[in-house]
Design a protein around this ligand. Structure first.
Ligand code: G3P
Ligand code: MG
Length: 251
């Protein structure tokens, strides 16, 4: 791999649309992120029982909605009726689970760049990668900045790569594996998305030296973010975009 191409996305992304400011993975989160000056967001996309990509993190509905059961066994029309805001704060009562199409439209309207995490329910990896990539291609067609798709599931990313090879991809890991370079080459990934815990400057340099961009999640402390940027990290993902100052363009 040669050197990484310039980083094209904002250097601070609101995690789950800005989960510290508003209920995660909602349109209210997108509005809150934008209102505090943030220019980009990360959110999670999973398929409903009838194959509609929706924004939700967990495989089950209990934590972030007033519903119950598995997302993958619930049709979109049923997901749609659930309240996805009240659990966070009464002010957000009535907030719905957004379809990916709605979230994309709102991001484009607000000028928000997107890191689209493909979050397959177990057993739905390839299907989710394929459906999300196909839809993302259509939703961002003609836009100068495409979404950066990422996933912990290499099967989902491989399916996305076959479906929409032109869309940029990143491999999500908790810690940097010894064979990160081979795995990223195999997926055509341009970035490694790494958990902040235990990460050090030498590891960041090694990943960048392999020609990959480095994103770090989930960083909610401004000093920690500044240190990571000093190490050469391209982008951080935070629940609190209002706390983190975006530095100058990445090298
Ligand atoms: O993409 C970074 C982060 O979103 C990965 O973890 O569990 O919050 O989706 P999670
Ligand atoms: Mg995520």
């Amino acid at each position: 791999m040669g050197g990484a191409a310039p980083w094209r996305w904002p250097r601070v992304l609101a995690h789950r649309c800005g989960g510290g400011l508003a209920p995660e993975n909602t349109l209210a989160g997108l509005e809150a992120a934008r209102a505090c000056g943030c220019r980009g967001v990360e959110f999670d996309a999973m398929l409903s029982a009838d194959g509609v990509p929706v924004l939700i993190h967990d495989e089950t509905l209990e934590r972030t909605t007033n519903g119950s059961g598995a997302v993958a066994e619930t049709p979109f029309a049923v997901l749609r009726r659930l309240d996805a805001g009240r659990w966070f704060d009464e002010r957000f009562a009535g907030e719905r689970i957004p379809a990916l199409g709605e979230a994309a439209a709102r991001c484009l309207a607000l000028g928000l760049a997107v890191n689209l995490e493909i979050k397959p329910a177990a057993g739905h990896e390839a299907q989710t990668g394929r459906v999300v990539a196909e839809l993302a291609r259509a939703l961002w067609r003609g836009q100068s900045l495409p979404p950066l798709s990422s996933s912990f599931s290499e099967e989902a990313l491989a399916a996305a790569a076959v479906t929409a090879p032109e869309l940029p991809r990143g491999l999500l890991v908790e810690t940097v594996p010894a064979d990160f370079r081979e795995r990223c080459v195999c997926l055509g990934a341009i970035a490694l998305h790494v958990g902040a815990e235990g990460l050090d400057a030498a590891t960041v340099a090694a990943v960048r030296g392999a020609g990959l961009h480095v994103l770090v999640y989930t960083v909610n402390d401004a000093q920690q973010a500044a240190a990571l940027f000093d190490w050469g990290v391209d982008c951080i993902v935070t629940d609190h975009p209002e706390r983190i100052k975006e530095p100058a363009a990445a090298g």
